[in-house]
Structures are given as structure tokens and as C-alpha cells.
Design a protein around this ligand. Structure first.
Ligand SMILES: [Zn+2]
Ligand SMILES: [Zn+2]
Length: 174
């Protein structure tokens, strides 16, 4: 559970409390794909009581299963996402502060929705297994990280032959 109890902190404006949480989370949906978490998500935050507004700041780390955008292999993607949120106690009949603050009821703040959102925001558009991933050959489709194909060779020898043909033509023309 990614919940923090702020009952104590509520009584002490101007104070800061640290929380170290970890929890399993259901799959994340990113650009139409479902990504499963491998292992628990760790959330380390400092919560500051700024006159009834609870400022949560820290970071989120974990691993997600992703298909590499280049080679399509499934791999564990390690992420670190910053988390910055402000929560305020919901008062019945009173509207929100108008800012992006999130209301909570009672003494417990459930960080899970904002944790998920923070992870999503931190993910790149194209997730690759590693920066040097060679991807798939555009001609034969082999995974160039694991196999060597001759497509590039063949292209080179074709152009070498073409060059040779030109040379011969020129020679004959003389
Ligand atoms: Zn890859
Ligand atoms: Zn190839």
C-alpha cells in the first residue's frame, strides 16, 4: 500500500516527516501498451506540513517490462521518477484550492494514483533496451544485437560491382 498516515504531522505545522514505502502495483498503461511491474515499486518521500497543505517530494524507483522500441525484445526497464505533489484535507462543502493540489480524507493519504501518474510522465516516448541497441535489420528482420546478417555486405558488394562496371565502361571508351 502506498499510503501515509499524517495524523501526527497534522498537529505539527512546519514539520517534515520521511516515508519509505514499497508496494506491488497493477500494470501501467503506456501509449496503448500494458506494462507489468517486475517487483515492488519503491517510494521515498518527505512530507512537509506547510500550514495544512501537505507537500510531498521525493522519488519513485522500480522496474517495468517493456518491449524495446528498436529490437522488440522484452526487457526490464529500470525507472526513477520524481514525485512532487501537494495534498490538502478535504472539507465537506468546501471546494478545492483551485490549484493542482489533491484532496484527501481523514488522516491517510493514498499516494498510488499520483505515483502512477508520476511514473507515466517520466517515461520516454520510445523505450529502448539500451542506447546502443542495434534494432532489427530493415531488410531481413533479424535482431542485429544477436545475429549478423549479410544485407549490408550485399549492398556494399552491389555498389562495388556497379563501380567496377563504370570503371570498365570508361576504360573501353578510351
Ligand atoms: Zn533493443
Ligand atoms: Zn539483414
Amino acid at each position: 500500500m502506498l499510503q501515509i498516515n499524517v495524523a501526527e504531522l497534522k498537529r505539527r505545522p512546519g514539520e517534515l516527516v520521511y516515508f519509505n514505502l514499497s508496494s506491488e502495483l497493477p500494470p501501467l498503461e503506456h501509449l496503448g501498451e500494458k506494462n507489468v511491474f517486475t517487483g515492488p515499486v519503491m517510494v521515498k518521500v518527505a512530507v512537509f506540513n506547510g500550514d495544512g497543505l501537505f507537500q510531498v517530494e521525493g522519488n519513485i524507483t522500480g522496474n517495468l517490462k517493456f518491449n524495446c522500441n528498436r529490437c522488440l525484445e522484452l526487457f526490464d526497464y529500470s525507472f526513477t521518477a520524481p514525485m512532487v505533489e501537494t495534498y490538502y484535507p478535504a472539507v465537506q462543502g468546501k471546494a478545492g484550492t483551485g490549484e493542482e493540489a489533491v484532496p484527501f480524507n481523514g488522516d491517510v493519504i493514498d499516494l498510488a494514483p499520483e505515483v502512477r501518474r508520476s511514473i507515466l510522465i517520466s517515461l520516454p516516448m520510445k523505450v529502448v533496451c539500451r542506447q546502443e541497441c542495434l534494432g532489427l535489420c530493415r531488410q531481413c528482420g533479424v535482431n542485429l544485437n544477436k545475429n549478423v546478417c549479410r544485407c549490408a555486405d550485399r549492398e556494399n558488394s552491389y555498389s562495388r560491382l556497379a563501380g567496377l562496371k563504370d570503371l570498365l565502361k570508361n576504360n573501353r571508351g578510351q
